[in-house]
Design a protein around this ligand. Structure first.
Ligand code: GLP
Length: 290
């Protein structure tokens, strides 16, 4: 496994990208009217990416925010011949310790809500396996290796936890972290309780791609919807880069877009600027918008 302190890794990342793409661009912020518009726009970005690169390496997230995106992609597959036959997917995370086939495992949710309705071949689908084990380091290293040997992730879709986490990178996760098991915060356990039965304790741990893993994706699309995410969105986009808000690390990414609805954008200070910046990007560098 690669080891580096966060500062070194981030400096390497910024320098590396400056060499590769000329500039390290800022995070684009796209504010939509509501969840429906957000879902349509997210699907447009993903579908365009697939049309441009049929064997897109697509990083996926699980959560209610992604549901509209997945529904829209399924609709495009059925009605607009969106072909996903060569797409390869890598999911961000999975709970540790749920019995296999549990309806709330991220594997079950992803198949039920997305994979069962489109034409990505099963062998192209990768999700971390949350079976308890005593060789996490080796297992997580192999997941990283699968991503690397597939050529890296072209587009990573992310949701946002109320505490500002991406994947399950809870506050204080190293900004250089790689795929590993992670203890969930009380807030996250409580947020997830709604998906579990009244007498069922939600999982307290998960396997998640690290922040370092996520930062290596060529493009990142962060989705957030609703007033409950407004604080986390403001911290992620306008706060300091800090391990206390893992999504803030995306400020170091060269091609990250935060796609948020009006409610989730409510605490952002520079909303008017983001709208103008998006307009200007459409004119100057439309390729960034796919
Ligand atoms: C979990 C997942 C995240 C997701 C977050 C928000 O913590 N690990 O990937 O972004 O939930 O979920 P929701 O979209 O349901 O609010």
């Amino acid at each position: 496994m690669r080891k580096a302190c966060p500062g070194v890794l981030l400096r390497y990342h910024v320098e590396h990208e400056r060499v590769r793409s000329g500039v390290a661009a800022n995070m684009l912020v796209h504010i939509t009217k509501d969840f429906e518009e957000l879902s349509r726009e997210a699907a447009r970005v993903v579908a365009n990416a697939i049309r441009k690169k049929h064997d897109l390496r697509l990083g996926l997230a699980t959560g209610s925010t992604q549901l509209g995106l997945y529904q829209e992609l399924v609709r495009m597959h059925r009605q607009e011949q969106l072909d996903l036959a060569r797409v390869v997917t890598f999911n961000l995370d999975e709970y540790i310790g749920l019995p296999s086939g549990h309806p709330q495992s991220f594997r079950s949710v992803m198949f039920r809500d997305f994979f069962d309705h489109i034409n990505i071949p099963r062998e192209n689908i990768h999700l971390p396996d949350g079976t308890p084990r005593n060789d996490y380091e080796q297992y997580c290293g192999e997941y990283e290796e699968e991503i690397r040997s597939a050529g890296g992730i072209d587009l990573q879709v992310l949701g946002l936890g109320k505490d500002g986490h991406i994947g399950f990178n809870e506050p204080t996760s190293s900004l250089a972290s790689r795929t590993r098991p992670k203890t969930l915060t009380r807030q996250t356990v409580e947020d997830n309780r709604r998906f579990f039965g009244a007498n069922e304790e939600p999982p307290h741990a998960a396997i998640t791609m690290g922040i370092g893993t996520i930062l290596e994706a060529r493009r990142v699309l962060l989705l957030a919807s609703g007033a409950a995410k407004a604080r986390a969105v403001a911290l992620a986009v306008e706060g300091p880069v800090t391990a206390s808000v893992s999504a803030s690390a995306l400020q170091m990414h060269r091609n990250a877009t935060a796609l948020v609805d009006r409610e989730a954008a409510a605490n952002l200070l520079h909303r008017e600027y983001y709208e103008r910046a998006l307009e200007m990007t459409r004119k100057l560098t439309p390729g960034r918008l796919w």
